[in-house]
Ligand binder design. Sequence first.
Ligand SMILES: NC(=O)c1ccc[n+]([C@@H]2O[C@H](COP(=O)([O-])OP(=O)(O)OC[C@H]3O[C@@H](n4cnc5c(N)ncnc54)[C@H](OP(=O)(O)O)[C@@H]3O)[C@@H](O)[C@H]2O)c1
Length: 345
Amino acid sequence: MSFTTSIGLSRGQMVVAIAGATGNLGSSICPIFLTTPFKVFFSRVVVITRNADTERAVYLASLGAEVHRVPAGFQNGLSSKEALRTALRSVDVLINVLGHTAESERFAGELVDAALDSDVAVYFPSEFGVDHHLNDFSTYDHGDWVYKREYDDRCRNLVSQRRKNMKIIALYVGLFMEQAILSLVEQPISVTPVGFDNKHKIYTSVGSPTQNFTLTSKEDIGRALIAISIRAMSPSEDIPDHLRIAGDTVSFEDVRDTVKRHTGVDVDLRSEDLGHYRSQLKERWERGDPQRPSAYIRAIMGESKLNFSESNDNELINPDQRIWKWKTLDEYVRDHKDDILKAER
Ligand SMILES: NC(=O)c1ccc[n+]([C@@H]2O[C@H](COP(=O)([O-])OP(=O)(O)OC[C@H]3O[C@@H](n4cnc5c(N)ncnc54)[C@H](OP(=O)(O)O)[C@@H]3O)[C@@H](O)[C@H]2O)c1
């Protein structure tokens, strides 16, 4: 079935629920489901949050979301399990964009159980980053990815143990475009943890600065989730269990040249030796001083494992960019050149 046919058939028929919709990624993707041109595909958009009174939750409700408060654990006579079952009633597609903490791990466990009880058809676990199956940190891999792999396995095992048909789709997107080069989450952060120091005009790669890495804008992740959901809900479609998208793919050199083109600023490019960097990561892990995921991501970028340009599912999801045009880094830098210039002062 062509994508256009799938789109025609799914108009207004799907119910989607988003857990974590008020968060960093969630607050960018959820409005895409609730506004033109995509809102016509959904009869309901359910938001699952611990607090329905936050500014973000109230904003999503004002766009038409059905906001469900699901407490962490048990509060005021309401348990998270019961509340989840109510929130997921008649839901076709469940998108998990929870951040990762010990407490959210427990909640993510309840989420998949409730999704199976409610006969959800398509479930996206909270991935949305590197394809960590390519990682080769062996004993010192970061705990976030160890957890993500275990959670993915657990969800798939539950589907077969409980003889359900829920389709689980893991979506890998590279870096969020809005956070990699100049972080604009809450307020501009001029030095990003993956090596872009706009304040001092120094970009430092681990490994070669010509190595490419993928960035995808958060709104494009929302559009991709919608396009994948439409296809996955069609009985004749066979969507892979793991998908990669690549909004844009660039190198440190490309970023330097793009910033120069739009701001006139000269950035100094430096690089760290990849082998030495990896042995430092390992040493720190062994000393009981594990680094943040971003420290690992710098090595992954240097190994070209975050380069999804040759191996991605863009054409399956958005053939010939007919549904939307992927945002490029050039457009992002052009639109935020003032923030980059401000960061330099
Ligand atoms: N590729 C990249 O560059 C990149 C960057 C950052 C994150 N990521 C990935 O994107 C995904 C989403 O991350 P994020 O940064 O958007 O997450 P986040 O903002 O930290 O959290 C999202 C939401 O999760 C809910 N939540 C948090 N703790 C919870 C708990 N204990 N129980 C229940 N709900 C809880 C909160 O919603 P309520 O308060 O409304 O309940 C929060 O707004 C993750 O898988 C992360 O690894 C990728």
